[in-house]
Write a protein that binds this ligand. Structure first.
Ligand code: BYC
Length: 318
């Protein structure tokens, strides 16, 4: 028993040394169970967000205002599906199956980003999603490129390259609308007003109210705090809004020379907890749609699994 304990201690020390040195943890490395669970929670939620995030945008494919806009939107949505797949695969290296992750999503055990529970009401919303939502996601994901778990960090490198194109796609839509008619400008400002605050919530609760941050920093899963990343996003986005003439819907937003960043108004955390607790405007619709499509796609998964099995049998028989 003592011998077993000392081997366990040694393995744990080895894990901690790797973390301290800044080395990546790889799937075959010994890791504490809590580290594994923490990553499964975060990575599966991240994957679910990418896939559920296809819904509000998918709603606009047939209504995009030009063929060019439609092609770009279609490519962007396909990218999001791909991001979900990289992340599910990366999470599977931690010993959880994709089926189990989907089950956790369907039973409400696993969350997905608050932001995708809001409706995309106009074409300007597609601009706001690309510019603000992907813009917020990039700030978070650039930081996650240096997260301690190797497969997660490598997935982030590829995802960030694609997200920066998405952010520009959204900004281009907003810039064009702001250069258009009074109605188009009003539509862009209305989308800005509705998406700004939920985008700030994407970074999670304030550091003082973030229960997972302690472990996340200790294990170098997080490299920057929720508030640090939110601040970074606000500082870069305010300037982009000014350039195209959009107003940030926050009367308390003002430059703070001492911190060389913007101070902002109070975030409505009551709304955030309602939305992530299942009571946002579109939670029911998003989950119903995901469940229905998952059921309808069962035959595709079965066919793919049968094909893979046959191929493996063939290889073994040769
Ligand atoms: N939404 O202790 P905390 C995209 C939960 S998709 C919902 O700070 P943590 C795109 C949190 O899970 C990109 N829930 O947690 C796709 C926890 O509850 P649980 C999405 C949230 O993990 C398609 C509780 O609040 N990006 O870009 O240290 C089209 C306490 O929070 C949220 C990611 O997923 C939220 N926003 O920090 C367009 C990034 N925030 O789990 C675009 C990866 C917090 O105990 N995730 N909660 O039930 C992360 O970086 C971190 O998990 C977070 C939260 C910063 C989000």
């Amino acid at each position: 028993m003592q011998v077993a304990d000392s081997v366990k201690d040694q393995l744990l020390r080895h894990f901690e040394e790797k973390i301290d040195k800044g080395d990546a943890i790889e799937p075959r490395d010994r890791m504490p169970d809590a580290y594994r669970k923490h990553l499964i929670r975060q990575m599966s939620q991240h994957a679910h967000s990418e896939v559920i995030g296809m819904q509000p945008e998918g709603n606009w494919i047939t209504r995009a205002p030009s063929l060019r806009a439609r092609q770009i939107l279609l490519a962007k949505i396909q990218d999001e599906g791909g991001h979900g797949l990289y992340l599910y695969s990366a999470a599977e290296t931690l010993g959880i199956s994709r089926d189990e992750m989907i089950k956790q999503l369907h039973t409400g055990k696993a969350k997905y980003s608050n932001i995708f529970n809001y409706p995309a009401l106009t074409w300007a919303d597609i601009g706001a999603i690309g510019w603000l939502v992907d813009g917020a996601a990039i700030v978070n994901q650039v930081s996650l490129q240096r997260t301690s778990y190797g497969p997660y960090s490598r997935a982030m490198v590829r995802i960030c390259k694609e997200e920066s194109f998405h952010q520009r796609q959204g900004y281009e839509i907003m810039a064009r609308m702001m250069a258009g008619t009074a109605d188009q400008r009003a539509m862009a400002q209305d989308a800005m007003n509705r998406w700004w605050w939920p985008s700030l919530m994407m970074f999670g609760p304030h550091d003082s109210d973030s229960p997972h941050s302690g472990d996340a920093f200790r294990w170098k899963i997080k490299r920057h705090s929720n508030d640090e990343l939110r601040q970074k996003f606000i500082d870069k986005t305010v300037q982009q809004a000014e350039v195209i003439g959009l107003t940030i819907p926050d009367q308390d937003l003002k430059w703070n020379e001492a911190k060389r960043g913007y101070d902002h108004g109070t975030i409505n955390w009551e709304e955030f907890y309602q939305v992530i607790g299942g009571n946002g405007p579109c939670n029911q619709q998003r989950m119903d749609h995901h469940k229905q499509v998952h059921e309808e796609g069962a035959w595709v998964r079965e066919a793919a699994a049968a094909y893979a099995k046959k191929k493996q049998e063939k290889l073994l028989n040769h």
